[in-house]
Design a protein around this ligand. Structure first.
Ligand SMILES: [Zn+2]
Ligand SMILES: [Zn+2]
Ligand SMILES: [Zn+2]
Length: 276
């Protein structure tokens, strides 16, 4: 296998990274099928608003000392190219649904630069990752330059650089998946709950007053495994964040629906950056 010789670490970092404590970029804000959906002629799928084009949900987080991704969905390669990502020091997974893991293999570029790729996931998600990507986790004869995962099973808060990452277990239909709270210097900067069908009170209490709440709001109509807009607004009312941004959006929810939301609540879109 031939790998180009250029060293990603010698590339300049993205603008804004060093001036704020934490920069979050929405790599994708769409539900599992993405928006537009294949073969759909609805108004949102035909929308001319570029914000109505949504790749699978994931975020990229940059801090002065480290950069990492939360999930590597099906569109990870496209997202990394679009955002000109040059550095990934770790990956943190929420759960193992295909729309959150299927871009894992494309971490090889960053794994090669680092020598390995630290992977953080719950025990259940790690088991699934090890099964699906057995060729990387259990390689009998590791291929030079290939993706070399370094598994870290999450059993409580952990640190990446100076960022404390606290798992927030939330129901997602029948399963329990991880959202995450990202704090620095004891300040709750952002809570990311991309896939959930409820947010238990103890989780809402743990993230009260967070600067930014990013939360699943699939569409207006209720769904068995995702929050609706009304349900997400109820959670936001409990959490009282500085601002709320909806993600994991389906083709039933146009970006234009943002105009009907209360002050401080918006719909995220692909490429949106938060400096926290
Ligand atoms: Zn999902
Ligand atoms: Zn549609
Ligand atoms: Zn899911």
């Amino acid at each position: 296998m031939k790998v180009e010789g250029c060293d990603l670490r010698s590339m300049p970092t993205q603008a804004g990274t060093l001036n704020s404590q934490l920069t979050l970029t929405f790599l994708g804000t769409g539900t599992s099928q993405g928006v537009p959906m294949i073969g759909c002629d609805c108004e949102v799928c035909r929308s001319s608003d570029p914000r109505d084009k949504r790749l699978r949900s994931s975020v990229y987080i940059e801090t002065p000392e480290t950069s990492f991704v939360v999930d590597t969905g099906t569109d990870f390669r496209t997202q990394a190219l679009r955002e000109n990502i040059r550095r990934v020091d770790a990956v943190v997974f929420t759960h193992s649904h295909t729309d959150h893991i299927m871009g894992f293999d494309d971490l090889r570029r960053f794994s090669h630069v680092r020598g390995s790729m630290p992977v953080y996931a719950s025990a259940e998600t790690m088991r699934d990752l090890e099964r699906v990507f057995q060729f990387a986790f259990k390689a009998a004869k590791p291929i030079p330059y290939y993706l070399k995962p370094e598994p870290h099973v999450i059993d409580g808060p952990f640190k990446l650089g100076s960022t404390t990452i606290t798992p927030l277990p939330v129901p997602h239909g029948e399963s329990l998946v991880n959202g995450y709270l990202f704090s620095r210097d004891g300040e709750k900067l952002v809570a990311y709950l991309s896939d959930c069908s409820a947010v238990p009170d103890e989780i809402a209490n743990a993230i009260v007053d967070v600067r930014a709440l990013i939360i699943d709001a699939l569409r207006h109509k209720p769904h068995p495994t995702h929050l609706s807009v009304a349900q997400a607004l109820e959670v936001a009312a409990k959490v009282q964040p500085g601002r709320t941004l909806f993600t994991h959006i389906a083709h039933e929810l146009p970006q234009a629906a943002e105009a009907e939301l209360p002050a401080g609540v918006g719909i995220a879109y692909d490429g949106l950056k938060l400096n926290l």
